[in-house]
Design a protein around this ligand. Structure first.
Ligand SMILES: Nc1ncnc2c1ncn2[C@@H]1O[C@H](COP(=O)(O)OP(=O)(O)OP(=O)(O)O)[C@@H](O)[C@H]1O
Length: 675
């Protein structure tokens, strides 16, 4: 049944009528429904239609909650709502992530919610928790643990553990298990050292009286779950009681135990009907579990008995060609409607430069021809390039920048504004000495990013082991030695005072401050600034200079960030190979100033570079997915996690409405699949 479901639709966009499959979801009388559907089949649109039709039938005071797992999911809901031209006000419709909802509830309870966003401060606190553990260890007890405590903890590993522990509500499972910590960790295949550290860190974060000192991302949901877990299984929660007339949950594929608990209480607390929708193939977050397949029974046990499960397989986003390419690659059965015409093109590349050149050609075709093919709708469509790795944008920006293309980056900064790269560029400019005066000035934005980079990479971090042992022994963090980084505005005004003044910049790089009494010169920076003029002959070689590598190696950052910084410097080095520093910086500054000028002239972007997270839940007329190569995209992963990489590729390849280009390595292709 493809007919419209009502002569008077509760939204204004007349082109959108529910399809037969969507109609089943909208009309089902069940109090709770789960919708299992493939990409582009209209999950988000159907939830939005449901919100409109519900609100039409309810009074002006009714509120509907639409939840998404990610911020991109929230953006996608807002996009679909505007496609429907629903005319709903924010008072009627709340669109939130689970974390944002939890923060709202905590604030309603009158609790102060101090957010912790600075990753360096987080690292500092984790190291203090480790220090506190060291303090209380009896010498000789548990040799392996003592040896582990003697080393500095891998912060990335800790953060990953913490996120998993909170998403899976691990402490509760531990208590229920009746096992000792080591036995429990063996049973669950967890690292017992990290678990001990996690427990200590959490105790210090929330204190004896359970008054959390700060909330990092995910902590609001975790705190709300703690409160909910004190209630009986089916007891409603007063702060969620009758808050909404309906709860609609998108991106159900990324549900975790904590979000499931919030969801169960929302449903039990008299919040009207519930509809959740998801696609197992888009499940890309670690620690989440798909509610489909074997886990379906799990989520159903948290919902009313008559919960109905429905399927939608006909995609409304793309047509027969893209479906025919995706089905064998991912082992799926996408259906399509006759009215959609689309194109799928697979290209092969021999190396990165070849891949970039093919993208330039594609972009040219889009600007000159494809837009006309798409008629008025395609006139302003950009080429959207989805990237698995942020460092892959560096070559593309350089190549497109030289072509004078107006591009934008989403969930990525232009490469010359990334802290570590801007710092390297400003350092090179200062090394030019008097020659700097005749080289085009780097932009103020680049200098501001370099200032942040100098503070971020070069900050002699307050030492965790300098914390007051008495404070740690009381189960508290000692933040006396901590100074916050200056905010963005301060770095910008500092950068303005340095811009164009090589002598001041040199002094700033060496001291990390403009106040000569406040800081000591850094020996490493003194060496970096004393390199001989010959190094200026090859900017590529300078990017690989061992002293610059040392700066990154010694920075108080996580191993993951360190690898990303080194990869970015390698990519920069490849661009700059055999180019003298003055020429390289001149060309780069031209790209940056041109981009600013195009932006100021409000020129429409014709190229967009996006991360996978940024494109989740969204769609674009023209999409290219480059650097598809086994071990790169999909990236390397353990056997158990290989599906996450497969799903990332699936998300990237299901965003196109009119045309999808996949640029695959000739040497290590992914097709014919299955991935
Ligand atoms: N009944 C319909 N009539 C016309 N267009 C529709 C209909 N349903 C969905 N669409 C369109 O199909 C496209 C995909 O819809 P939507 O984004 O809601 O799918 P989705 O399943 O949520 O996608 P994803 O899996 O990527 O999150 C959108 O452009 C939407 O406007």
């Amino acid at each position: 049944m493809n007919a419209s479901f009502s002569p008077a639709l509760p939204w204004s966009a007349t082109s959108i009528h529910p399809t037969g499959e969507q109609w089943q979801v909208l009309k089902s009388p069940a109090r709770a429904k789960l919708v299992q559907a493939l990409a582009g089949t209209g999950k988000t649109t159907t939830l939005c239609m449901k919100a409109c039709s519900l609100l039409k039938g309810l009074g002006p005071d009714a509120r509907v909650l639409m939840l998404a797992y990610s911020r991109a999911g929230v953006t996608a809901i807002r996009d679909r709502m505007s496609q429907l031209q629903s005319g709903l006000s924010p008072q009627q419709l709340e669109v939130l992530t689970v974390e944002q909802l939890s923060e709202q509830v905590l604030k309603d309870q009158g609790d102060p919610v101090h957010r912790l966003k600075d990753p360096l401060r987080r690292r500092f606190l984790i190291l203090q928790a480790q220090q506190a553990l060291r303090q209380e260890r009896q010498p000789g007890a548990d040799g392996q643990f003592s040896a582990w405590l003697g080393r500095e903890v891998d912060i990335d590993a800790f953060l990953a553990f913490e996120a998993l522990a909170k998403k899976r509500l691990l402490d509760q499972q531990f208590e229920d298990s009746g096992l000792g910590l080591v036995g429990f960790c063996e049973d669950q295949d967890l690292d017992p050292e990290l678990y001990r550290l996690y427990r200590r860190y959490e105790r210090m974060r929330v204190g004896m009286n359970h008054e959390p000192q700060f909330y990092a991302d995910g902590d609001c949901s975790f705190e709300l779950c703690r409160q909910l877990s004190l209630l009986d299984w089916d007891q409603p929660f007063e702060w969620l009681q009758s808050r909404y007339a309906a709860v609609l949950f998108d991106e159900l594929h990324d549900l975790d135990e904590a979000a499931l608990l919030v969801l169960r209480k929302l449903v039990q607390s008299d919040n009207g009907v519930f509809v959740g929708a998801g696609d197992f193939n888009q499940h890309i977050h670690e620690g989440a579990f798909s509610v489909f397949g074997e886990s379906l029974a799990r989520i159903k046990s948290c919902l009313p008995e008559d919960t109905e499960v429905l399927q939608i397989n006909t995609t409304r986003r793309f047509g027969a060609e893209i479906c025919a390419a995706l089905n064998p690659l991912f082992g799926l059965a996408f259906g399509h409607t006759a009215e959609r015409s689309d194109a799928f093109v697979r290209l092969h590349y021999d190396n990165d430069e070849h891949c970039a050149q093919q993208l330039v050609e594609l972009h040219r075709q889009i600007v000159q021809g494809w837009r006309d093919v798409q008629g008025a709708k395609g006139q302003h469509s950009a080429l959207n390039v989805v990237l698995r790795n942020p460092q892959d944008s560096i070559l593309l920006e350089w190549v497109f920048g030289h072509e004078g293309v107006h591009y934008s980056c989403q969930d990525l900064s232009p490469f010359y504004l990334r802290k570590e790269l801007a710092l390297a560029l400003v350092w090179m400019w200062v090394l030019l000495g008097p020659e700097a005066q005749s080289t085009p000035l780097l932009t103020p934005g680049m200098v501001a990013a370099a200032v942040e980079g100098r503070l971020h990479l070069g900050r002699s971090s307050a030492r965790a082991d300098a914390a007051d042992p008495d404070v740690l022994a009381q189960g508290q963090f000692d933040e006396a030695g901590w100074t916050d980084l200056p905010g963005a505005r301060e770095s910008q005004s500092l950068a303005l005072s340095l811009h164009g003044d090589p002598a001041r910049l040199r002094r700033y790089l060496e001291l990390g401050s403009l106040d000569p009494n406040a800081a000591h010169p850094s020996a490493l920076w003194t060496d970096l600034l004393a390199l001989p003029p010959q190094v200026l002959d090859d900017a590529g070689a300078l990017c690989r200079h061992p002293l610059l590598r040392r700066l990154v190696d010694e920075a108080p950052i996580t191993a993951q960030e360190r690898r990303a910084c080194q990869d970015s410097l390698d990519s920069l080095a490849r661009l700059a190979r055999h180019i003298p520093v003055a020429e390289f910086l001149g060309r780069l500054t031209l790209i940056a100033t041109q981009s600013i000028a195009l932006h100021q002239a409000r020129e429409l972007v014709s190229l967009r570079l996006l991360s996978i997270n940024a494109c989740k839940g969204r769609e674009f007329t023209f999409v290219a997915v480059p650097f598809v190569e086994r071990g790169r995209f999909p990236g390397p992963s353990s056997h158990q996690e290989a599906y996450l990489e497969r799903n990332r590729l699936y998300v990237a390849m299901t965003r196109a409405r009119a045309a999808l280009w996949v640029l695959e390595s000739a040497a290590r292709p992914v097709s014919p699949g299955p991935v």
